[in-house]
Write a protein that binds this ligand. Structure first.
Ligand code: GRF
Length: 203
């Protein structure tokens, strides 16, 4: 394409989660931020917020299993109860996903089950849909599957580019991910044994 490469803001979902967890009303506390890439913006955002950070560089491991077990060890070291994948672009092993079943959240820039995988925004434009959006879901072994916690729709506008649509979806992501975090951290929503979402009954 002829569109010049644009460096969009990154680590923005992490920032939205940090901002949410700082609210006095929040049920969540962010105890550690783990990145597989050294020097990324998310690590700076965490450090600025006074949150401990760890880098587990996937390039230093011979296998996914060894990488994942190192991540797992870090999470256990910090007593983590819930993991949010925010801009984390690596596929986790079945062992890891099963271990964290019901405690592992991911955000995807489409209204799942449409447009799984990379370039979800481009897929939406190519399909010609008039409504796009984002999905926060529990991670299942199948990529971009798993029980849906929160979705937010945004319109696709005439003249939208991948960048303009991605920006609109990201604004929705920054609302959806914090909402999903609160729903799970507060125990309002959990993953049921059958793999479906369960809402705590209203008292
Ligand atoms: C988001 O669009 C997310 O859905 C996708 O990658 C992007 C990360 O953005 N997986 P940021 O780094 O949180 O700003």
């Amino acid at each position: 394409g002829s569109t010049p490469h644009r460096r969009t803001k990154v680590g923005t979902n992490l920032q939205a989660l940090i901002d949410q967890a700082r609210r006095p009303s929040s049920s969540a506390e962010i105890v550690v931020v783990v990145s597989n890439r050294p020097g990324v913006q998310g690590l700076k955002r965490a450090a600025l917020a006074g949150i401990p950070t760890r880098v587990v560089d996937h390039k230093l491991f011979g296998s996914r299993a060894e990488f994942d077990s190192t991540i797992n060890a870090v999470l256990e070291e910090f007593g983590v109860e819930l993991v949010c994948l925010a801009g984390f672009m690596r596929i986790l092993t079945g062992t890891f996903v099963r271990k964290w079943n019901g405690k592992l959240l991911n955000i995807h820039p489409s209204l799942l089950p449409s447009f799984k995988g990379v370039n979800a925004q481009k897929q939406a434009l190519q399909a010609g849909v008039r409504v796009a959006g984002c999905t926060v879901h529990f991670v299942a072994e199948e990529v971009d599957a798993g029980a849906i916690i929160v979705q937010e729709a945004v319109p696709v506008l005439v003249g939208d580019t991948e960048d303009s649509l991605s920006d609109r979806i990201k604004e929705a992501e920054h609302r959806a991910f914090p909402s999903a975090l609160e729903l799970v951290a507060s125990g309002t929503v959990c993953l049921g044994k059958d793999g479906h979402i369960e809402w705590k009954p209203l008292k």
